[in-house]
Design a protein around this ligand. Sequence first.
Ligand code: IMP
Length: 176
Amino acid sequence: MKNEYLQSVLIESSQIDECVREMGRTIASDYGDEPLTVIGCLKGSFIFMADLVRAIPRTLHIDFIEVSSYGDFTESTGNVRIVKDFKHPVKDSHVLIVEDIVDTGLTFDFLFDHIRLKQPASLEIAALLVRKSVDRKKRPIKYAGFEIGEEFVVGYGLDAAGLYRNLNHIAAYSPT
Ligand code: IMP
């Protein structure tokens, strides 16, 4: 794999594993036996989603939504649009969104507005990464893995121009 732009390992795969296991246990205990639908936000969450749902020891519905706000570059276009919507009816079911990273929070806002219209019993989010700059009073993130700074990161599902999603760890990436 071409990797000359990859820099330091920011989060080791063992740290991710431990965090995801713990998050799964907490989610299972928080929702008890209530109906739960977990909606993964593609593409960046696909590995986190796969690991997280297997760490939640209970029955649940799984669906995916794909949204796009980044072109092929490392700057958000500021414009979120649905590429593929989720299908499972969520009225009266608890819904947990799974996101790779909450960066500007635009996707967070978009997903909450979009899914709320379907009248779920409750709506929360699990994000592997959250930027320190995110105002968490305005955008409450119930399940947050790691707080990171402003560096662009790749790995464990996150990409730079479509590459590096298959790394087991999170690495800083700089194209310069
Ligand atoms: P937001 O809408 O700005 O919060 O960002 C939403 C999406 O941007 C995330 O779900 C990621 O797919 C992508 N993104 C933001 N920061 C990074 C990064 O550092 N690396 C890779 N993708 C990122």
